[in-house]
Design a protein around this ligand. Structure first.
Ligand SMILES: C[S@@+](CC[C@H](N)C(=O)[O-])C[C@H]1O[C@@H](n2cnc3c(N)ncnc32)[C@H](O)[C@@H]1O
Length: 200
């Protein structure tokens, strides 16, 4: 991974970055940081991956790159590079790994972090509206006990401290700079949460 600028003041990794807009905006706003968007699917990343190599006047950015990888197989090159990780609106196996606290997934996310890094997860689903996915992935009900007690306890046992949990209402979602945040913010009021976990 030769274009990797490890001298930049901080590396941010966005896992499950979808269309890459969140990572792109983050990189644009923070030119001193290096941002890496990771997704298991290449299709949504195609446009943004082309855009970043254009001239700066046409949207090119030198401090962001996109990698195709599932969270299950994050490249060894990413080990201990991240000062901060985002996972915005995970779905599929990414969501299941996170909320079911699958050790393999969390150990992989932790592996790419430096000590003291923050992992910010924004997630939410609804037992009824998302029933097919909830049943398929065997997702737990997002009860207060699960979110505020069970999840943090499991993460602490794996060396991560949950320092913040906040319920996100649609007014906040509408202003959050990811495409899925906008979709959910303008739709049907699913409960979403922001959880910040610190790597000990
Ligand atoms: C609902 S989209 C959210 C996209 C983006 N973060 C946003 O907020 O607009 C979920 C993304 O997670 C990705 N994803 C699902 N399972 C994954 C996995 N195992 N590893 C990496 N990405 C995954 C999907 O390809 C998809 O782009």
């Amino acid at each position: 991974m030769t274009s990797f600028n490890l001298k930049s003041k901080g590396v941010i990794v966005d896992i499950g970055s979808g269309d890459g807009k969140f990572a792109y905006k983050l990189a644009k706003k923070n030119p001193e940081k290096f941002v890496i968007g990771v997704d298991s699917s290449t299709k949504p990343l195609a446009d943004v991956s082309r855009r970043i190599y254009r001239k700066p006047q046409k949207g090119g950015l030198p401090n962001v790159l996109f990698i195709r990888s599932a969270v299950e197989y994050l490249p060894e090159d990413l080990t201990a590079v991240a000062n901060q990780v985002f996972v915005n609106f995970p779905w599929g196996s990414l969501l299941a790994g996170i909320v079911n606290v699958d050790e393999r997934i969390w150990e992989n996310i932790k592996r790419i972090c430096k000590k003291g890094a923050n992992i910010d997860i924004v997630f939410g689903y609804d037992g009824l509206k998302d029933k097919t996915e909830v049943d398929r992935l065997n997702l737990p009900q997002l009860s207060k006990n699960y979110i505020y007690n069970i999840l943090p306890k499991k993460l602490f046992e794996m060396g991560m401290d949950t320092v913040r949990i906040q319920k996100l209402y649609s007014s906040l979602l509408k202003t959050y700079p990811s495409s899925w945040a906008k979709k959910l913010g303008f739709s049907d009021g699913r409960s979403c949460y922001h959880m910040r976990v610190k790597v000990l």
